[in-house]
Design a protein. Structure first.
Length: 477
């Protein structure tokens, strides 16, 4: 029996080419089999189909048809984020060019834990992360040096250019941000809004930090007056503390008042982290970038380009205002970053991540940035934000629906008028089970709302109208 071909090396492209045809055909046929945004039948039906199709997972003898069969099965049973009626989560349809780049990354399979495994990939990662950090920490008109205010504590000692590391997404970035805060100040207490992402509280638990201090967010964003009160009370007895603000909440896509929060952190000597996993994409838009004024004053910033960046998962980053903060990640191990190798000029890559083995996710990001440029990516951001406004207008004009509020980003919350929470929940599950639509759920005011997260720039106004008609037709009367 001959050995199976490899994906890289001189024969790699020739071996991959027919396999790619098989994959692409199976993706097409699977989508046709599905016939909508997700498979009908619900969890049990999907699990049964997968089980019956796969059969024995590890048979004694292999099958040449396994690639076609399993890709078709996955595609037929997928929730397709490229379908306009699949709009529940911050789960974007990836760009074709980014997905093609991901293939190259998988074929070459460099691992970014030592230079001798990823020579070009490590250099590319350094270039792109520096550029993105500079984008985040570019001075804005509301920065103190532009307003004539006194610089906040530490600002005069921290370089504005910043640095960034690649992560698997917002959860890892938030955890890393709190780790850096803890190490910079020999411990810290997290202060976050009631609207903060759950990963921040979880990170505090994982890192052995005190229970977070949760500040009210009565309108969905952190209340600066309540934050001021909390920081005043914490200032002496609790020592160091880190305020985590949010730029793009997962429920309604709201942005905390970043400039006000940065001012309070400066006045109280607090460290500032901004979770901009969702809203950070506004940096790419000339039209919407000003909504992130104050972001450059954060010590750390979470950014996910597999949301408003249209990358395949994973494509997260953590930016730091002061590159020195990352030094705590440096840990020597002789087989990866021996001192004599480092002195001889081989880059030490272990200090770029909490992980050891990691794939070059930076390649798809770099190719996307270079292919579309700021103008192209900004247009995509503008488009999905405009779609959200269009959907909100349709909801407002429709007597059968209530709108939660005008959208800030690309998330729209709505619900059937006069419906109970149980009705809203059942409606959503019915749409899922029948395979008609994928909508999320949120309860920002204690009531349950349907959530449409619009991340598909190819969605048309007719698709939005069809979504509302579908929801209306499934609403119990």
């Amino acid at each position: 029996m001959s050995s199976p071909p490899l994906a890289s090396g001189p024969g790699g492209p020739a071996a991959l080419r027919p396999l790619l045809d098989t994959v692409l055909d199976a993706l097409r046929d699977g989508a046709e089999t599905r016939g909508g945004p997700l498979p009908a039948g619900g969890p049990q039906a999907v699990a049964r189909h997968v089980r019956d199709t796969v059969g024995e997972v590890l048979p004694r003898e292999g099958s040449d048809d396994a690639l076609r069969l399993l890709v078709h099965t996955l595609a037929a049973g997928a929730a397709d984020p490229a379908d306009p009626l699949c709009a529940a989560h911050l789960h974007c349809p990836p760009l074709a060019v980014a997905t093609a780049a991901d293939l190259a990354a998988s074929a070459l399979n460099p691992s970014l834990d030592s230079w001798d495994q990823a020579p070009a990939a490590s250099a590319l990662e350094a270039l792109v992360t520096d550029a993105l950090a500079a984008e985040i920490y570019a001075p804005t008109p509301t920065d103190p040096e532009h307003r004539g205010d006194a610089d906040p504590p530490e600002a005069n000692t921290q370089p504005k250019k910043g640095a960034a590391v690649v992560t698997t997404g917002g959860t890892e970035s938030n955890q890393l941000a709190l780790l850096l805060a803890r190490e910079a100040h020999h411990g810290t207490t997290l202060v976050c809004g009631a609207n903060a992402h759950h990963s921040l509280r979880r990170a505090a638990w994982l890192l052995g930090l005190p229970d977070p201090v949760v500040v009210p967010a009565p309108a969905g964003t952190m209340d600066p007056a309540a934050l001021d009160d909390a920081l005043t009370e914490l200032r002496r007895p609790r020592g160091s503390f880190t305020v985590a603000a949010t730029a793009g909440t997962t429920d309604a896509g709201l942005i905390d008042p970043l400039t006000d929060i940065a001012d309070l952190c400066a006045a109280h000597g607090a460290r500032l982290h901004v979770d901009a996993a969702y809203g950070g994409g506004l940096l790419l838009s000339d039209r919407h970038r000003s909504r992130l004024d104050g972001l450059a004053r954060a010590h750390t910033v979470t950014l996910d380009l597999h949301k408003l960046g249209w990358q395949p998962v994973a494509a997260g980053l953590l930016a730091v205002q002061n590159p020195h903060d990352l030094h705590v990640l440096n840990h020597p191990t002789d087989y990866l970053n021996a001192d004599d190798d480092t002195r001889a000029g081989l880059p030490d890559l272990l200090g770029r991540s909490l992980r050891t083995s990691r794939r070059p996710d930076i390649l798809k990001i770099a190719i996307t940035l270079k292919t579309l440029g700021r103008q192209g990516l900004g247009a995509l951001v503008d488009r999905v934000c405009a779609l959200a406004q269009e959907l909100a207008t349709l909801v407002e004009a429709h007597p059968a629906f209530d709108l939660y509020d005008r959208p800030t980003l690309s998330t729209v919350l709505f619900r059937p008028a006069h419906a109970t929470d149980d009705t809203v929940a059942a409606l959503r599950r019915t749409l899922l089970t029948e395979g008609h639509a994928v909508l999320g759920r949120a309860a920002p005011d204690g009531r349950l709302w349907l959530k449409a997260t619009l991340l598909n720039p190819h969605t048309r106004p007719d698709d939005l109208a069809a979504l509302l008609k579908l929801v209306e037709g499934h609403t119990a009367r």
